[in-house]
Write a protein that binds this ligand. Structure first.
Ligand code: SF4
Length: 225
């Protein structure tokens, strides 16, 4: 069994179409030149985790609650009437610097095996009309997309999700710890938690994510706060 980890806890629509035979490692020769056909932003299911919502909220200057409501439905980026991502503009992605991990890695997907090993896969070539090549390696391509913080976030939320799911399944969540709140609304959770303790909220997205995960840990009884 393998699990798509591009966007966090739940497999995305993109990953469902990937062929296991196309498994790539970090050193595998690979390069891709985008030709701005915009096909990767049309008809796809882009699932986002709390960190990615926070980055989008920051890009648009709104709260995470507003970003969740305006830009997502069931944790998936909304699309227009023509199945285009709502962030796709005349000149490409309008949130390019804060785009989600699955968009950064396209035309690759990142998969975590049940034993924890990570590999990459190529999406269906019919989805990607750019130029594939072997001018670099997978690791260089991933780094060039600025994927590092997004991979760290995806792995951290995925780890939390696995622990929460196990606790729910085994009934070890603990009394009063089942109200997990709105996972996509980091701002409200940090405001409530810090406000109750008279603490200043962290400002950087990565610091806010780390505190959010600590709060979530507390909510499932893995209290490291
Ligand atoms: S967030 Fe940007 S890159 Fe991702 S699907 Fe939407 S328009 Fe495309």
């Amino acid at each position: 069994m393998s699990f798509c980890a591009n966007t966090g806890a739940v497999p995305s629509g993109i990953c469902a179409t990937m062929e296991p035979a196309q498994t790539l490692g970090p050193e595998t020769p690979f390069s891709y030149r985008c030709t701005r056909c915009n096909r990767c932003c049309t008809g796809k299911r882009i699932q986002v985790n709390p960190y990615e919502i926070a980055r989008i909220a920051q890009a648009r200057g709104v709260s995470t609650a507003e970003a969740r409501d305006r830009f997502t439905a069931d944790s998936v980026l909304r699309q227009d009437a023509e199945d285009r991502c709502i962030f796709l503009g005349e000149h490409g992605c309008s949130i390019h610097g804060d785009r989600p991990l699955v968009c950064r890695l396209f035309p690759l997907g990142r998969v975590i095996e049940s034993g924890g090993a990570v590999h990459f896969v190529r999406v269906d070539p019919s989805w990607a009309h750019g130029e594939f090549g072997e001018a670099g390696i997978v690791a260089d391509f991933v780094e060039a997309q600025g994927a590092g913080p997004f991979i760290a976030a995806a792995d951290a939320y995925f780890d939390w999700y696995c622990r929460a799911r196990e606790k729910l399944a085994t009934g070890t969540m603990g009394e009063g710890e089942s109200g997990l709140g709105d996972l996509l609304d980091i701002d409200s959770q940090l405001a409530a938690w810090c406000g109750a303790r008279g603490l200043k909220e962290p400002e950087l997205p990565e610091e806010r994510m780390r505190l959010h995960l600590q709060i979530l840990d507390g909510q499932i009884g893995d209290d490291h706060v």
